[in-house]
Design a protein around this ligand. Structure first.
Ligand code: F6R
Ligand code: MG
Ligand code: MG
Length: 370
């Protein structure tokens, strides 16, 4: 059977400041999804990462389904009502429009979804990040699907030996390009290292991977660029990603392994700082230190006949303790730079923050030099 797995997120308010989605908001979203379960959708799971409300929905409507998007929109709307009632900070922040117009894309929420033919067993991982941007997935996705030092299967598993195809988006120019790895590896790295502009959107098994069912992605990442949509700074586009694993695809452990490196990502305070990405269990997705440091959570499900079995809170494993400790050390080191680069983002990336307003204020005081 064909199942669609959709991870949809929005920041519709949190306690205190931009920190954590309270239970009441999750309950509001659940009440809408519960109503749809067994009718328009197969199953759902609601969670949060920091100030982002996360909806995981399974259904048979395919990608870009107006019906499913409307259900998600209504869930966010109901949570927004609750957030307003409780006077929460940033209530309704990511819902950039008052009315649903048929497609949730471009309206604020972030989406990662894929349709796939269910196999005998279907492990699916949902990654959710707060206080960072979609390009934060570039490094881990590269490692999972292209780095044999991370993914033993690229060397050892004949099904994976031919490599993977990466669909990369230039989010500034609205263009896309496919890279066939390992052949195109160096060309791809030349681009995706610039992670604020070139973003991995999907990864596919190569057609000569005998386990590939053509054009079914192994991974998909949300790339909505909230600040571009709204035309001003309205928070970072805290991203989500969905990754399928096992039998011909990377194993669960290969999918999680890249997160043992607390890579530097942009986001953190006012979406304007570089900081370490810290993998945490859901209960520790509470970015309060300088509104951070940026967090990643991961929930591992089995999907069977469209139903969600689990989840396992993947980063609850103490094997990630050392990564967290390293992230604390990197946080101290980066924070010591205060408003100086490279803790603060480079000037071009400050364009969509409140910095231009400050520049405008002092602009008239500049004089020409002789
Ligand atoms: C970062 C984030 C927070 C806010 C900061 C200021 O993504 O959400 O760091 O940018 O708390 O928030 P405002 O401008 O709403 O006072
Ligand atoms: Mg917020
Ligand atoms: Mg957020």
């Amino acid at each position: 059977m064909e199942t669609t797995f959709s991870a949809i997120k929005a920041d519709v308010g949190s306690v205190a400041g931009h920190h954590v989605v309270p239970e009441e908001l999750e309950e509001s979203a659940i009440s809408v999804l519960e109503e749809a379960k067994g009718k328009d959708i197969f199953d759902y799971f609601v969670t949060h990462c920091g100030d982002d409300l996360e909806l995981i929905i399974t259904h048979d409507k395919g990608e870009d389904s107006e019906e499913v998007y409307e259900i998600a929109w209504n869930a966010f709307l109901k949570a927004t009502e609750k957030a307003k009632e409780l006077g929460l900070y940033g209530a309704g922040q990511d819902l950039l429009s008052d009315a649903f117009s048929g497609n949730i894309k471009g309206m604020g929420p972030g989406i990662a979804e894929m349709e796939f033919k269910e196999r005998k067993s279907n492990p699916v991982f949902t990654f959710m990040m707060d206080k960072t941007e979609p390009g934060a997935f570039n490094l881990p996705m590269y490692k999972i699907f292209a780095d044999p030092f991370n993914t033993a299967g690229l060397v050892l598993d004949p099904n994976m030996h031919s490599g993977f195809v990466f669909e990369v988006w230039d989010i500034k120019e609205s263009k896309k390009i496919n890279f066939y790895c390992p052949n195109d590896l160096y060309d791809m790295l030349a681009l995706i290292g610039a992670k604020s502009r070139y973003v991995i959107k999907r990864v596919y098994p190569k057609e000569d991977n005998p386990k590939a069912t053509s054009q079914e992605p192994a991974a998909v990442i949300s790339t909505e660029k909230l600040s571009h949509i709204a035309g001003e700074y309205v928070g970072k586009d805290d991203p989500v990603a969905v990754v399928r694993g096992q039998s011909g695809l990377p194993a669960a452990g290969e999918i999680l392994e890249p997160f043992t490196h607390p890579e530097l990502v942009s986001g953190w305070m006012k979406g304007s700082h570089n900081g370490p990405l810290m993998p945490v269990p859901v209960e520790d997705a509470t970015p309060t230190r300088f509104d951070g440091p940026p967090r990643a959570i991961c929930l591992g499900f089995q999907v069977k006949d469209g139903m969600l079995i689990g989840p396992v809170d993947s980063f609850a494993d103490p094997a990630f303790d050392k990564t967290r400790e390293k992230a604390h050390q990197v946080s101290d080191y980066m924070r010591a730079h205060g408003p100086f680069e490279p803790h603060r983002l480079p000037e071009e990336e400050m364009e969509y923050t409140t910095l231009p307003d400050v520049m405008e204020k002092i602009n008239h005081r500049f004089e020409d030099m002789d």
